[in-house]
Write a protein that binds this ligand. Structure first.
Ligand code: MN
Length: 130
């Protein structure tokens, strides 16, 4: 197993695709459909990386990221935001909230794994976009 990835995503189809791609690549995938349960799962699971949808019901992804960063156990856990917002300034907002990276939807199955792997321990940080 390459690592545990927690996916916080409310859209079942997006989750299905992400899970398929990651499991095929050898990652263990855990999922939460909204922020509160995602935060709880993160603290017990201690994942190697968190994939965080920004558009979530209730608490949005920015709030979830800020909350995760307040947990001392999760300070160093990579958080990669996944968002369909294509607005100027989004990237800055995502980074300010404590995320390490940013992937735009629709995700590209051919590059998705490498976009994530560079944030994992041993990943090629030079490939980080930020
Ligand atoms: Mn969503």
């Amino acid at each position: 197993m390459k690592g545990k990835i927690l996916v916080i995503e409310d859209n079942e189809q997006n989750l299905y695709l992400v899970r398929f791609i990651l499991e095929r690549s050898g990652y263990e995938v855990f999922a939460a459909p909204e922020g509160r349960s995602g935060i709880e799962m993160a603290s017990t699971l201690r994942p190697d990386l968190i994939l965080l949808d920004i558009q979530l019901p209730g608490m949005d992804g920015y709030a979830v990221a800020r909350n995760l960063r307040q947990n001392p156990d999760l300070v160093d856990t990579p958080i990669v935001a996944v968002t369909s917002y294509a607005m100027v300034g989004d990237r800055e907002k995502v980074m300010e909230a404590g995320c390490d990276g940013y992937i735009e939807k629709p995700i590209d199955p051919d590059t998705f794994v490498s976009q994530i792997a560079c944030h994992l321990p041993g990943g090629d940080r030079s490939r980080r976009k930020s």
